[in-house]
Design a protein around this ligand. Sequence first.
Ligand code: ZN
Length: 369
Amino acid sequence: MTKGSYLAAIDVGGTKVTTLIAERNGKIIARQEEPLCTTSGAFVPRLDNAADNIADGVAWYGPSSQIESMLRGMMGEAGVNELAGIGIGSAGPLKAGAIKNPPNFAVNVPEGMSGSPLYVPLVEPLASAFSAPVLLENDCNTAVLGEAFFGVGRDVSDKQSLHLVYVTMSTGLGGGVWSGGHLLLGKEGNAAEIGHILVKENGLRCGCGNDGCAEAYCSGRGIVQNARVRLVNAGLRTQSLLLDLTRQEVGNNDGRQATEPRATWDLLEFISPQIVFRAAETGDEIAASVIGDFIHYGGIVLSAIANAYDPAVITLGGSIAVNHPEIVEPMHIEMCKHLNVSPPDVRITPLEKRAVEYGAIVLAQRAAS
Ligand SMILES: [Zn+2]
């Protein structure tokens, strides 16, 4: 007999962690969200933890302890004694059941210890804490599972007939592909690294180190960087609605008066995607060009996805897409200019900001079966 009637699903983002308890059929009975602990926690040298199969670095257990205590609290409240399976969707890169060198973690490495590479094990500590099988997948692959079973594919009983791609437009740009009944995975599980499709020769520098990737234009980070570069190229001219809005925002957030002068150069640091969108709507030329690039290169990357995978539907998730559904139509128009397949439907995910959570439930169901 399989043990337990309950599943745990976990969404580990760059800054927050969400845990859920669900029934085996996917019905959610509890959900909790906390800021992810990234600045404290035990730092354990790898030699003490051979079970993690981490051969070349040191392991750091803060996040797994946090997840364990969140789950224990929720299980206590819900009267759940044991878990049949645990599914985790996490921001990558992932290796050996752990996050490897997470870019958003600021860890204080003890003196005298090499800090690199740094691992945040998730599978082994949670499997042993709850004596349950654990499946871990990167967030975009997890999200497309959520989409196939709880989102646009929810009412499609024959999952083999589903061909869909999930694209996240948030801090970065990524994707996951569901094709013909399964998640598409590459030789190292990294299929659909669509953020790093080249869209512009000698274009803006991407976080990956290459120039002209789609992510350098079509992501939160890309929007901000593009705005900074364009402002600097324009000589940081004083007549800029984008800078005025940023100045206001800084004034609102740090308790200073909005009118207090602040060096224009300093303001660049405070530009956010939200401010760029707002400035573009109000007619700021530079902001409008940045959003124009976002839509133009976004359309190109959608066409690359459509030509490569021939999906019936591309769903867009991530905070930038979910907060700005107005981008869908112009991006669709741009996409259609470059297609050699019939155009897929492009829409915002019905799961809104919770596609990874639902996908983690699917992973937990698979772990339990
Ligand atoms: Zn890149």
